[in-house]
Design a protein around this ligand. Structure first.
Ligand code: HAM
Length: 417
């Protein structure tokens, strides 16, 4: 039998693995500049965390969760996203009582959704994001957008994305708006796709961002959320737009941007790659998620990037992971007698943060050079009996082919030049 990866999963090999580790390193460096701390949560949660947190009406809970009964018949779910899990962890550990508010958590890891695999859409994928919990007002709404842009800037992509924003309002507003939408869509039910016919009852808001042309046509005349916002919500939304303008952050208002998760209740936003259907990053403000999961009345705001989409976008723009790798060496012992000396040299290099590989295979020097070339290493260190006796090595630059003799004691000094 040929073994294959599970549909919708993928391996990170070679350059892809380099992209992933470069993004991870840059991500935590930049989020820490905004004072976020890494928060690591389990991949598995009790299913209620997501059914309550993300919401029964969301596509994720309705059809995309990897849920199963464990051996004690508890329903567990592989996280489809991080926000509900982070909030569960904040509430369970009562971080709101011991930490200075807002609690600023950053994370990067796998999420799982049973979606139809296609370009940029996987069943196991990486998300990197933040949650800022215990906020009030709009300051952190704008700060998280600034953080997204700073991240994109580090990847040289900040001028290649489009920011869309919308404001969804609190429970009362959503209820009134949903009732009005339901009534409107019921009048057009015959013109809509099967999925949206079902959504009328469970989540009419999602019809607004359905990708089917006929639903978009119906949605284009649907009532807009802005006319349902309270005075306070309108003022907050205006304040966000003013602050973004003041910071020279370009944005586009999209009254049909509702996002796929039920917990949003204020600002929602997405960063999109022009001409691509899939968002690169999405986020927003949530008023009730913390209390919904058993905590106090605390508001939060956050976002998540899709890392595979980010990698693809970097590749499309010719942006390579910036390698911080140290110089690398291939140690070539020409005789069994010198193997202890070769081991000492490898230890000296590794202890000083240089990458070193020993040729344990022996054989002809020409085949050793071939292996060094295939490994794409910088220098060869050639050791014969003469070198071992004199405590020297032959140091060869594998790119320029220049070769010099260096004493063991001077080796570090020479290679640091
Ligand atoms: P989301 O929009 O569902 O939001 O996902 C965030 C990002 O994850 C998307 O913009 C996309 O780049 C990536 N993504 C989602 N599904 C897939 C997939 N099947 N394959 C590849 N990439 C995917 C959330 O998950 C929210 N938790 C974001 C958030 C944080 N809101 C507040 N805080």
């Amino acid at each position: 039998m040929d073994y294959q990866k599970v549909k919708g999963t993928h391996d990170f090999i070679g350059e892809d693995a380099e992209y992933l580790s470069y993004i991870r390193e840059t991500f935590f460096k930049v989020t820490s500049l905004f004072n976020y701390k890494e928060h690591v949560i389990p991949t598995l949660e009790y299913s209620e965390v997501f059914s309550r947190g993300v919401g029964q009406g969301s596509d994720i809970v309705r059809k995309e969760m990897y849920s199963f009964l464990d051996k004690s018949y508890r329903s567990l779910t592989l996280r489809p996203e991080f926000t509900a899990g982070i909030v569960r962890s904040v509430v369970e550990n009562k971080l709101y009582a011991t930490e200075v508010l807002p609690i600023k958590s950053s994370y990067l890891g796998q999420s799982f959704r049973y979606e139809r695999p296609q370009a940029g859409r996987y069943r196991e994928f990486y998300q990197g994001g933040v949650e800022c919990i215990g906020v009030s007002g709009i300051d952190y709404d704008v700060e998280v957008i600034q953080l997204c842009l700073e991240l994109l800037k580090r990847f040289h992509l900040d001028d290649k994305v489009a920011l869309s924003i919308n404001y969804l309002g609190g429970i009362d507003t959503r209820e009134r708006y949903t009732a009005s939408l339901t009534q409107y869509f019921k009048g057009h039910i015959e013109e809509m796709c099967d999925d949206c016919k079902e959504r009328i009852e469970v989540n009419p808001l999602r019809i607004l961002d359905c990708k089917e042309e006929r639903d978009q046509k119906v949605a284009s005349n649907a009532p807009e959320i802005t006319s349902f916002l309270s005075e306070k919500e309108k003022a907050d939304y205006e304040a966000i737009k003013e602050r973004l303008t003041l910071l020279n952050i370009e944005f586009h208002e999209d009254t049909h941007l509702v996002r796929g998760l039920d917990y949003y209740s204020g600002l929602v936003f997405e960063f999109n790659v022009p001409l691509e259907d899939n968002a690169l990053c999405g986020g927003g403000h949530y008023d009730n998620l913390v209390s919904e999961l058993g905590g106090p009345e605390l508001e939060g705001v956050g976002f998540s990037f899709g890392i595979e989409r980010l990698i693809q976008f970097m590749k499309d723009n010719g942006i390579k992971p910036e390698s911080k790798k140290s110089k690398s060496f291939y140690i070539m012992p020409l005789d069994k007698e010198v193997s202890n000396y070769a081991l000492r040299i490898a230890r000296l290099l590794r202890e000083n943060d240089y990458r070193a590989e020993i040729d344990y295979d022996g054989g002809k020097i020409a085949s050793m050079f071939k292996r060094a070339e295939r490994l794409n290493l910088d220098y060869g260190i050639i050791i014969g009996l003469d070198e071992a006796n004199a405590k020297t090595v032959q140091l060869k630059d594998l790119k320029t082919q220049e070769q010099i003799s260096v004493s063991y004691d001077k080796l570090l000094e020479e290679i640091s030049k």
